[in-house]
Design a protein around this ligand. Sequence first.
Ligand SMILES: [Zn+2]
Length: 406
Amino acid sequence: MRKIDPRNFRRATRTTTKEINRQIVLNLVREYQPISRADLARRMGVARGIVTPLVNELIEAELLVEGATGASRRGRKPTLLHVRAHDRLAVAVDVRLSETQLMLSDFSGRPLATELLATPATPEELVDALAPRIRRLVDAHVPAGECQGVGMVVPGMVDRATGRVVNAPTLGWRNVDLRGALEEAVGIRVHIERDAVACALAQMWMGQGLIEGADSFAYVTISDGVGAGLVMGGHVVRGHRDAAGEFGHIPLSLEGPACLCGSRGCWEAYTSTTAVVARYLGRELATRESYAQVRESRLTVVDVIARARAGDAAAREALAVTGRYVGLGLAAIVNALNPARIVVGGDIAAGWDLIRPRVAEALAERTLTQGAAATPVIPEPHDPQTRLRGAAALVVAPVFAAPAVG
Ligand SMILES: [Zn+2]
């Protein structure tokens, strides 16, 4: 199946259908809002008469709204167009090992309310804990707009066809129908996705310019777990059975530390939150059980970064070594896919200045061309809601996604 790239609209304008042109208009408004009809026509390289009926249809479908009037050198001031975001709501759920966060947001990702709970031990308990909270959030904001769906991100692989969580190693959950159970409990459509994939979608649809329009990039999350969301040619790479992008479990060595996936020496076992804290404390992650012992210290990567900044030599050394391992894993991504850029999210991004030289060194050492070694690696600015925006993007993205053709 061929898909139309909404960014590459020039090729589409002459040859394809009205539906695709509508989608192009919608995406141009999303990207350049507020924007006038005349500007839209200029950007599409078509006459204004072609744009006007498309815009009218989108206003009628309640996808666009007219806002303030813009400046004009002469004549009537143009009315500017916006994507209708403020009264279209989504519930975002971010499930992590330690805690689960909820956010009600509008379609631009603006938060209206948030809630936090400790992640229960089983998926059944999680659904029981989430359902009343979601209903409460939605009920409290019904006058503000309509809830279009629930987006949920999980630290594990999700089968797109069934919505089942196939394997979430950090939670120890396998083959769980979280989507179905939650949908039944709240009566709202639920979308579920692996955390890193959702965050990559958020970079595309609600991003803050970190990918600068690149149509191939990797979003790497390094926190409790380590994973990558990969976008190539404007499309998320999911693989045959949605299991692509599991770079967290690429082995850096055959005899390395134990990983929660059951294997040894995975990239995640060297760079996850627990791995960094263990390194700082001088502990070894010899078995799965040792993870719990390290977590008992209650230290986080943010603590280790703070101690390093305060001059703690052990913290500085632990981060420097971690930087090397981060770079080795990024080199594997570059060698496999050669993305235009890599965005790194998660707690480690806050200490990027402390690890950047070691990351760059390892990347240069393990990539094969100068161009590959120079792949821009961008730490995501600290934002406690980045995964929640990813969850919201699961509800928002289908509205803007290009229709399939051919
Ligand atoms: Zn692993």
